[in-house]
Design a protein. Sequence first.
Length: 115
Amino acid sequence: MSTRIDAWVWSVRIFKTRTAAAEACRAGHVKINDVTVKPSQSVVVGDRVRVWAHHREYVLEVTQLLSKRVGAPLARAAYIDHSPPPPLIPAMPRRDRGAGRPTKRERRQLEKFIR
């Protein structure tokens, strides 16, 4: 038994709509076993699916085939996540309340941090 890749990535909640999943496949953002695939490509248990979505890469190993969208706990049970951890984004520095306007030096440091 097999399932279409666009339906599978939609059913395990990587994409909000099946249309978005199909567009990602057509754009080359979905790969099965490191091969770019079309939306109609079949996926079977044991395949490794690489998806570029939401500004990060997901590496999923298929453990269960789903063709209908299911709840989040059931969706998480349908794959093993081998994704790298998301990159850490440093927090924006905050000024103490009542500290007044930043000095020229502090503004330059802030601009350097933002860029």
